[in-house]
Design a binder for this molecule. Structure first.
Ligand SMILES: [Zn+2]
Length: 411
């Protein structure tokens, strides 16, 4: 694959750096004990911002097929909060669009059927597109039809040729993860019925910057999106924005509603309200994108200082949550087992493995019962409340909880 330094959307040359986190392995490349004996591949983790369309994007390094290989399997259903979010969405959208037995819903990145199971239970015909074999199999076990492939224009054309045009196409946390965002957007325009609706959920770049969430940057996350830029990408690819909602998921997300350019839907006021907020913060100017590197470094410096002080004072610190966010921070900050000797995680597939890059070993949460650390650093800050509640018995024994983003906080 030839490396391009032009914008993934508008092909303008990329000349403005937004963030440079150095080199890092892929965030889900967990290692087993044998893997520690082998060389580890790292890639540059840098974001540029397009000076024309303001799409913030990873610098090209590898292909999507490498990233979402057969051995990468995140099962959405393991998060009860996420499944509940999917159920609320399903109830809302069935009511809003009047979906029924004559409709067709297509979910892109259907994962293990965490959402379409609710659609199916409501009697709405549905189809999932999912490239990862293990999750596709889990969805099929729930009785959901899955096309095991990447979603794009070629697949959309074959779905339409097979009579499968959609009343609703939805994608949760997939739009920011597709390398060819134009092809993906055209594919949605192609697979929708003339009056069909699409909804896409993705982290809102405005909130990412506001809350210094640089640790949500990883290689698999190709695009960092404002509504201003999404509107532009839609309009260049046969779609338009008709509504938008702000969600609290992933530190602040947008749910964008769209339709084909020629459809009759009238845009809601919320679209202009969010666009005006983004302009008020300067997201349509270069200045907005210039200060983020120093914000990220401030978070990193405070994290390292906390760990060094704790070590000097003889206090024990462990991590909780072996997720992508933690890996980005560990690798950027150079935190290794001498400063953070272990991380605990509830996912059995990660236990007895090692974090990529930092090689911090992963233990089950039950191992905390013996160690009773002075501090637990909750790496996935978006579920900090949930984790503190689960581990409240340790707080009673004197353990304190720490989060690093947006700033060092000890409770
Ligand atoms: Zn561009």
């Amino acid at each position: 694959m030839s490396l391009s330094h032009t914008c993934r959307h508008c092909a303008a040359p990329l000349t403005e750096r937004f963030l440079d986190l150095g080199h890092a392995p892929l965030s889900n490349a967990y290692l087993d004990a044998a893997g520690l004996q082998a060389a580890e591949v790292t890639y540059p983790l840098r974001l540029n911002v397009c000076s024309v369309c303001r799409l913030v994007q990873t610098e090209d390094y590898t292909s999507a097929a490498d990233v979402f290989g057969a051995d990468y399997a995140y099962f959405s259903s393991t998060s009860s909060g996420w499944v509940a979010h999917a159920k609320r969405y399903t109830d809302m959208i069935i009511d809003r669009l009047g979906l029924g037995a004559e409709s067709l819903v297509i979910e892109v990145a259907a994962n293990d059927g965490y959402l379409l199971q609710h659609m199916k239970a409501a009697g709405v015909p549905c189809l999932g597109v999912e490239p990862t074999t293990a999750t596709a199999d889990a969805a099929r076990a729930k009785g959901i039809e899955i096309v095991e492939d990447f979603f794009g224009l070629t697949l959309a054309e074959s779905l339409v040729a097979g009579g499968k045009s959609a009343d609703l196409i939805l994608g949760n946390n997939v739009y920011a993860h597709v390398p060819d965002i134009n092809d993906f957007t055209q594919a949605i325009a192609t697979a929708l019925k003339p009056e069909g609706i699409l909804t896409l959920e993705f982290p809102h770049l405005m909130r990412l910057v506001e809350h210094r969430q640089f640790d949500t940057v990883y290689h698999e996350h190709f695009s960092y999106l404002s509504l201003l830029t999404v509107q532009r990408i839609f309009e260049a690819n046969g779609l338009r924005v008709v509504d938008v909602e702000e969600l609290s998921t992933h530190g602040g997300s947008l749910r964008v509603y769209g339709c084909r350019s020629a459809a009759s839907h009238v845009a809601a006021d919320a679209v202009d309200i969010i666009l005006a907020q983004e302009r008020a913060r300067g997201m349509d100017t270069p200045d907005f994108y210039k200060g983020f590197q120093s914000e990220a470094e401030a978070v990193k410096d405070a994290a390292v200082r906390f760990l060094l002080d704790a070590k000097r004072d003889g206090q024990t610190v462990v991590g909780y949550g072996a997720a992508a966010k933690g890996n980005t921070l560990m690798n950027f900050a150079g935190i290794r087992p001498d400063l953070l000797p272990r991380v605990h995680d509830a996912a059995p597939a990660k236990q007895n493995m090692f974090l990529p890059g930092s090689h911090i070993p992963i233990f089950a949460p039950s191992a905390l019962d013996d160690t009773r650390p002075d501090y637990i650093v909750i790496l996935p800050w978006n579920i900090a409340d949930e984790v503190r509640e689960q581990l409240s018995y340790l707080a009673k024994a004197g353990t304190r909880f720490v989060t690093f983003v947006p700033e060092l906080k000890i409770v």
